[in-house]
Write a protein that binds this ligand. Structure first.
Ligand SMILES: [Fe+2]
Length: 206
């Protein structure tokens, strides 16, 4: 069954100036959709027409099929990313708050670490908050690379630092975009859900 472009879990105008309607029209409607279409073209050619998305990503990596890996991983990364955003102001609570306090010394310090990673990542990629050996860790992965292809890296939260995530609203100002996103638009409830280790399944399909 072909992969589909997941619906956004909020209206395109829910984020005001932080993320504009036009950004969603391009980022979700054009960029993400292109990864869906290309994966649907390349996966059957690789004999993976019936595989789940996570399996396509892992097998493309194992088999050195870089075009399929790039498109399938970007399909999954974006499907996860939309769920990391919420127009409702939230803060980490409960077990997540405890892990944030233990690992970073507080919410503001975690935001600072995520901002530094996202802004400092050279060229295109994704900043990640992951669960690694029971502890929170901030890291980044380059281009289309994804936690799906890294055993033991359990995804909790991601920030897209490809230029296509911010060029409409922020031109070249990646730092401005990242600061606004982290301050106003993170779905900490979703991040907390992913502490169960099933984050990969929440953006999987097929
Ligand atoms: Fe993107």
């Amino acid at each position: 069954m072909p992969f589909v472009l997941p619906e956004l879990p909020y209206p395109k105008d829910a984020f005001g100036d932080t993320i504009s309607v036009e950004t969603f029209q391009y980022h979700h409607g054009k960029h993400h959709k292109a990864y869906v279409d290309k994966t649907n073209q390349l996966a059957p050619e690789a004999g993976l027409g019936d595989a789940r998305l996570s399996a396509v990503i892992r097998q493309a990596r194992a088999g050195g099929n870089q075009p399929l890996f790039n498109n399938a991983a970007q399909l999954w990364n974006h499907s996860f990313y939309w769920q990391c955003l919420s127009p409702e102001q939230q803060q980490p609570e409960g077990r997540l708050k405890a892990l944030v306090d233990e690992g970073f010394g507080g919410h503001e310090a975690l935001l600072a670490a995520l901002e530094k990673e996202a802004v400092g990542h050279f060229a295109s990629g994704w900043a990640w908050l992951v669960l690694d050996g029971g502890r929170l860790k901030v890291t980044s992965l380059h281009d289309a690379d994804s936690p799906v292809a890294h055993e033991g890296m359990q995804p909790l939260l991601t920030v897209d630092v490809w230029e296509h995530a911010y060029y409409v609203d922020y031109r070249n100002d990646r730092a401005g975009h990242v600061k606004a996103l982290l301050a106003n638009a993170i779905n900490w409830d979703f991040v907390a859900q992913n502490l169960d280790g099933n984050g990969v399944s929440r953006a999987d399909q097929g």
